[in-house]
Ligand binder design. Structure first.
Ligand SMILES: NC(=O)c1ccc[n+]([C@@H]2O[C@H](COP(=O)([O-])OP(=O)(O)OC[C@H]3O[C@@H](n4cnc5c(N)ncnc54)[C@H](OP(=O)(O)O)[C@@H]3O)[C@@H](O)[C@H]2O)c1
Length: 324
């Protein structure tokens, strides 16, 4: 197939594009060209690159037609954040491609009733991002169910892997948390440390897009969670990370408002964003219908990211090495 990937050089694309090339597809990679792929890979030599700024072209009303003009069989949209943007693409692609695969997020769920949450749970998103993604999901499913463009939606958890900072056991991006756990220093966690985060390795997200493309009979008209097998509690995550370095985690628990007082505003905001959702998503549907089999647990994905950060000088682990 001729496959156009919008937002192709990011966390997901870095794994997905080589997978698509290896599967024999002709790949067109669309981005602004501002960032090189996170991973160097020979597959990029076999990919056509298209430079486009979706934001400005969406505003001009030209982005949908630009993608339709690529005459792809399938379009994988990794960077769509508003229903207006999705609608423009759907209108342009209707009748012209076999399938549109969209990247959503497990934040289409707000607070869960039953966990692990399943795809058929009533959506209760909050915040601009999750509300927008849930609206896109609804728009795409409606489009497909009414006989229009065939679509499928993949909802990743927190995307992790080598090359970028990932959510730590305090639910934020502050690298000091890794340092403190690795060196036996005390780490403060909000509440009882029992709220959850749900990571997924970027290659497992890529796997799900490849499966949804190849198994259209099962994927069309459906949405799927794409996460590791199980979520982590903050406390359990912290204990495991300390254990990687032969440490016993020294944890202190305070109510969230006290945690906020002691944290940098951006860290407290990120933690609140994560623990107020406390995702724990089921992958049963993706397993059953797509044959999705995550290669990484949450801890394996996190360990690979931490190891990369350390080996590239971005993380002080007190001279200790994380060997996987
Ligand atoms: N990060 C997470 O933990 C997480 C969790 C759940 C879901 N998601 C979803 O994952 C998707 C993002 O995937 P990702 O993490 O692989 O992305 P990413 O790493 O942020 O990379 C974004 C890609 O899009 C390109 N890009 C950015 N802005 C663009 C624009 N205006 N026009 C054209 N290209 C643009 C970037 O290249 P240039 O900069 O060179 O243009 C790059 O190729 C989103 O739909 C997000 O909602 C993310």
């Amino acid at each position: 197939m001729r496959v156009a990937v919008i937002g192709a050089t990011g966390h997901i694309g870095g794994y997905l594009v080589p997978r698509l090339v290896a599967a024999g597809h002709e790949v067109i990679a669309i981005s602004r060209g501002q960032h090189a792929p996170y991973r160097e890979h020979p597959a990029w030599d076999h990919v056509s690159r298209v430079t486009a700024d979706r934001d400005s072209e969406d505003e001009a009303g030209t982005f949908g037609d630009r993608i339709a003009d690529l005459a792809a069989d399938a379009v994988i949209d990794l960077i769509c954040f508003t229903p207006e943007s999705a609608e423009q693409l759907v209108d342009a692609l209707r009748g012209k491609v076999q399938i549109l695969l969209h990247c959503g997020t497990i934040w289409v769920h707000g607070p869960a009733v039953e966990v692990p949450v399943t795809e058929d749970a009533v959506r209760r998103p909050f915040g601009h991002y999750g509300v927008g993604k849930a609206a896109i999901e609804q728009l795409l499913l409606q489009e497909t169910r009414s006989g229009g463009l065939r679509t499928s939606i993949l909802h990743p958890g927190h995307i992790s892997g080598p090359g970028w900072a990932i959510i730590n056991p305090a639910g934020n991006l502050n690298p000091d948390v890794w340092t403190r756990l690795a060196t036996g220093q005390q780490v403060t966690l909000p509440n009882f440390g029992l709220e959850t985060v749900h990571h997924v390795h970027a290659d497992d997200v890529a796997q799900s897009f490849e499966l949804a493309l190849h198994r259209q009979g099962a994927s069309v008209g459906e949405s799927f969670h794409v996460v590791s097998e199980r979520a982590l509690t903050l406390r359990g995550f912290a204990e495991a990370v300390a254990g990687w370095f032969g440490q016993q985690a020294d944890l202190r628990f305070v109510p969230f408002e006290a945690f906020r007082q002691e944290s940098k505003p951006e860290d407290a905001d990120a933690t609140l964003d994560h623990i107020s959702r406390s995702p724990s998503a089921s992958i049963d549907k993706a397993r059953r219908l797509l044959g999705y089999q995550p290669r990484y647990t949450s801890l394996q994905a996190a360990a690979e990211a931490v190891q990369w950060l350390q080996s590239h000088g971005g993380l002080d682990l007190g001279g200790r090495t994380l060997t996987l």
